[in-house]
Structures are given as structure tokens and as C-alpha cells.
Design a protein around this ligand. Structure first.
Ligand code: EPU
Length: 302
């Protein structure tokens, strides 16, 4: 979708939005898949309600993009524009055991920044690509921890109310890869309360998690992390592996040889290829194990 009207472009600019016409989402997603649309980069949180009212007034649908690391976007010209927060300076401010983090902050950099201030707890998330906002929305977790456990306050744009609100941690439910935020809410900032730990000890934990990840996941390849959620009590990766599906491919979309729940783009995969592979694998797992796999990856299909 294109924003062409000069007046609208000027109004967006006045709200501090930076319009990048004809952006390919394949460049903004870790899978390297996705069609083209206009990207609106937001530099001022406070302008978001007015900016969205402006788009809605012109019947321009929109979606919020975080770090693009858990996302499969459809092919071709996309029927909505994409909004993304610009990275602020500084991304993280530490005060005692509290870290106030902008949603656009890089997750890995946030974990190491907090570590340098002797704040731990998030070691498991090292190596998880994406932004803090994305991790928050999905309640990202690994190696026995999840980000939701440390959330004390969240600043967000509430789509239903068309306003910016602050929620306390106990007003939000964080479950396995699921939160109570509305589908169209946009994470803006979060305050985490993290346990004090000496830097050296945190570093040791980070090294262990890095090593585990390197040995079991295809880190150098284009992927969106795990494609399916783990059904209660079992591992999607193990089931897919047991069916001998590593290496199965549709075009350049391929089940990783290293971890069967990672599907990689080994070249020029399209969303159509990836979706066909997802559906094929889910069908085979259901047939063999009677288990319906649910997507962990977020799909924006036009
Ligand atoms: N396994 C296989 N074959 C495979 C992959 C896994 O047999 O190809 C077996 C492993 O040997 C292990 C079991 O399945 O016994 C579980 O595997 P793993 O420890 O790799 O964890 P996972 O359940 O596949 C989850 C998260 C990952 C997270 C890791 C580490 C989900 C869907 N996945 O994977 O998160 O990094 O644990 O904590 O919850 C993500 O969310 O995108 C993601 C990668």
C-alpha cells in the first residue's frame, strides 16, 4: 500500500514520522521473505494516536513491526502500511534494580547492558534476535526463563482506546508465548525489575546459553526461530525430526538439518513456499501423532 497524497505525507512528517516508500519487508525480517509496502518510522511515541487517527481517516490499514525476527510476511504488493519505532538514544536506563527499556531496543544488547550493571535473570534470552517490544508481546523465553517474569510496567498504545497507557505487570497475563495484549496494541517501553548478580556470574550464564544455542540451532541461517509452539508436554522439533523431515523443502523453504522446528530460507524462498512447507509438516505431524501444531511464528499474509 502506498501513501501518495502530498498533504498526508506532509501531515505524517509534521508528526515526526519518517516515510520510506516501497520498502521490501524481506529486508526487515530475519526470514528474508516478504513483499513491498510503505514503511512509516515513528520517532515520537506521543504522536502515535494522532498518526493512527490520520491513517484510519484515510482508510489506510496498518501493522506494527518490531524486529521482524518472528514474522512471516506475504509476497508481492502488501495491502497495508507498516509502522515501526525508530531506535532512541539511550535504549536502556538503569536505576537500582529497574531497567527502563524502549520497545525498539535490541534484545541482546539490552541483556548485556543490564549485565554490565550487575543485573541478571535474562541470560536465557541472549542470542534471541529481535526487539524488546517483540519479546514482550510474545513473552519470549528460553532455557527455563521468560521475559514476562521481570515485567513491572509497560507503556503501550492501546488500539481499542486509541490512546497511550501504562499497565502494571500484574494487569498483564504472560503465558507460554502468549500475552493478554490486544492484537493491535503497540509496545512502546517496559520497566523490568531484575535480580542483582555479579557481572562475571551473568557472563558465565550467557556463555552457557550461547553454547547450547549454537550447538542445537541453525544460527547463521535465515529463519524465524521455532515455527511451531511446543504442544503441552511434547516438543514439536522432536516430532518433526522423528518423522525424518529434516531437509524437507518447498522451493528454498527448508526444514533445518540442525533443528527440525526451525524452517530456513536457503535462498530465494517465497512466503508461498514457506506456508506450503508449514502446512505440509503440520499435516504429517497430525497424521502421525494426532497432535495439531500451532504456529509460533506470526504470519502476515496478504
Ligand atoms: N529435538 C530433536 N530434534 C530436533 C530438535 C529437538 O530431537 O531437531 C529434541 C531435543 O533433543 C530435546 C527436545 O527435542 O530433547 C527439545 O529441544 P530443544 O531443547 O531444542 O528445545 P525446543 O523445545 O525445540 C524451545 C523453544 C526455543 C528455545 C529452546 C531453548 C519453543 C517452540 N521453542 O525449543 O525457542 O530456544 O526451547 O529453551 O518453545 C523460539 O521460540 O523461536 C525458540 C527457538
Amino acid at each position: 500500500m502506498r501513501i501518495e497524497h502530498p498533504l498526508l505525507r506532509a501531515e505524517l512528517a509534521a508528526l515526526g514520522a519518517d516515510l520510506r516508500s516501497g520498502t521490501s519487508l524481506s529486508e526487515l525480517t530475519s526470514l528474508g521473505i516478504g513483499g513491498t509496502t510503505d514503511l512509516v518510522r515513528i520517532t515520537r511515541h506521543e504522536s502515535i494516536p494522532a498518526l493512527i487517527a490520520l491513517l484510519e481517516g484515510q482508510n489506510i490499514p496498518h501493522k506494527f513491526l518490531g524486529g521482524g525476527s518472528n514474522l512471516l510476511v506475504g509476497d508481492g504488493e502488501l495491502p497495508w502500511v507498516v509502522l515501526q519505532l525508530a531506535k532512541p538514544e539511550p535504549e536502556v536506563v538503569v536505576e537500582g534494580n529497574f531497567a527502563r527499556v524502549d520497545a525498539a531496543a535490541d534484545l541482546g544488547r539490552t541483556v548485556t547492558f543490564c549485565a554490565k550493571h550487575d543485573l541478571g535473570g535474562m541470560e536465557g534470552l541472549i542470542g534471541v534476535p529481535g526487539t524488546v517490544g517483540g519479546a514482550l508481546r510474545m513473552n519470549a523465553g528460553a532455557y527455563g526463563m521468560q521475559i514476562g517474569s521481570y515485567v513491572r510496567e509497560v507503556k503501550l498504545y492501546r488500539a481499542a482506546e486509541h490512546s497511550i497507557e501504562i499497565l502494571r505487570g500484574e494487569q498483564i497475563s504472560f503465558e507460554y508465548r502468549h500475552t493478554s495484549f490486544g492484537a493491535d496494541d503497540m509496545m512502546l517501553a517496559v520497566t523490568l525489575e531484575l535480580p542483582s548478580k555479579p557481572f562475571k556470574e551473568i557472563l558465565q550464564g550467557i556463555r552457557i546459553c550461547n553454547e547450547k544455542r549454537r550447538s542445537s540451532q541453525p544460527l547463521g541461517q535465515k529463519s524465524a526461530g521455532c515455527i511451531f509452539k511446543n504442544p503441552p508436554g511434547c516438543s514439536a522439533g522432536r516430532m518433526i525430526d522423528e518423522l525424518g523431515l529434516k531437509g524437507l523443502s518447498v522451493g528454498d523453504a527448508r526444514v533445518s538439518d540442525r533443528h527440525a522446528n526451525f524452517f530456513v530460507n536457503s535462498g530465494q524462498a517465497s512466503a508461498k513456499d514457506m506456508l506450503a512447507l508449514i502446512s505440509d509438516v503440520a499435516g504429517r505431524v497430525e497424521k502421525a501423532f494426532g497432535v495439531k501444531l500451532e504456529n509460533e511464528v506470526v504470519v502476515w499474509n496478504a
